[in-house]
Design a protein around this ligand. Sequence first.
Ligand code: ADP
Ligand code: MG
Length: 354
Amino acid sequence: MPHSFTPIASIGEFGLIDRIAEIVPDPLEDKRILCGIGDDAAVFRASPGRLQVMTTDTMIEGVHFDRALTPMAYLGGKSITVSVSDIVAMNARPALATIAIGIPRNMSVEMVEALYEGIGEACTTYGLKLVGGDTSSSHALYITITMIGEAADDSIIFRQGAREGDVLCVTGDLGGAYAGLQVLLDQRRAMDELGKEFEPDLEAHRRVIDQQLTPAARLDFLDVLSEMSIRPSSMIDISDGLASEVHHICSSSDKGATIRVTSLPIDPLTRAVADQFMDDVDTYVFYGGEDYELLFTVYLEEGERLVESGQVAIIGEILESSKGVQALSPDAGLIPLHPAGFDHFGDSFSENGV
Ligand code: ADP
Ligand code: MG
C-alpha cells in the first residue's frame, strides 16, 4: 500500500492522465495502434488501409450537468455529441456506440425513455448506430459513451503535426455555451429566490442556451475540408476551452503560438451576456469550454481560402516552441496564455464543472 497521499488537485486532471499512461504498458508496442492515450481518440489499424478510432466520455449529474437545468432528451443528444466531436477531431466518421448508464431511484421510466429519444435522434443525425451498453443503479445519473469511428488510412489528423508558420483556425463562434450556462444558472437563482412568482425568461437568450444544451459536433465541416482539398496539419475539438486546446496542440506538436484576441469569433449575444454579468467575454472563450467547434492548423493560403468561404476564422499563428503560448490583446499587449481550461481536479474556471 502506498503511504504518501498526494492530492489529485496538486497534479491536475492532465497530470493524473500522464501518471496513468506511465503505469500501463505502452499501447504503441502493438504496431496496429497508431495513437494511444493523449489525443481526442485512440487510432487502431483494423485491416490494411482502414483505421478505427475509439473514444470514451462520461457525463455525471452534479459534475457535468444539473438535472434541474437539462431536459432529458437534450442530455441524451449532448452526450452523443461530445463523443462524436472527439471522433470528428481525428478527421474520422462515427460508426458505433455503446452506452453505460447509472440510474438513480428518483428517475422514472419516462425520463429514461426521453433520454434515449435524444440519444436516438442524435445517432440518426450523425449516422451512427447504438449497439449495446450497460445499465445499473447509481446515486447520481451518469452516462458513459464509448464510440468507434472509421477513417481511411491516410486521413487521420492528430493534435501533433502543427508547423511553424501555420495559422490557427476555428470553426463557428466561441464562448456561447458558457454564456448559455450563465443565463441558466442565473434563472435558477431567480427561481430559488422568487419561488412561485418566478417566470422563466429564456427566449431573449435562446441561441446561447441552445449552444449550452444542444451543441452540435462539426461532422459537416469534414466535408468542407475534403471538398476544398484542405488537410489540416493538426486538429482538436474545443471541449475544455480554447486556451487548453491551443496548449494541447502546441505541446503535442512541440510548438508555440500567438492568439490575437481581436480575431476571436464571438457572437454579439455572447458579448451581451458577458456584459450583463460584468464578465470579460474573452475569458468565456479561453476558459469556458463546451463549444464543440474545431481548432486546427493549416497553411496561411488555405486558412485564407476557408475564411473567404465564410467557414472559419483565423485566430493566430504557430511559432517555434521557445515563444510559448501567448495572447495578443490590444490593451495588454502580449501576455502568456495559461492552459487551464476545465480541469476536473484543478482550480477550475467553470462554476459547476459543466
Ligand atoms: P477529450 O477532452 O478530448 O475527451 P480527455 O482530456 O478526456 O480528452 O483525455 C485526454 C486523453 O487522455 C485521451 O487520449 C483519453 O483517452 C486519455 N485518458 C483520459 N482519462 C484516462 C484514463 N482514466 N485512463 C487512460 N486514458 C485516459
Ligand atoms: Mg477532444
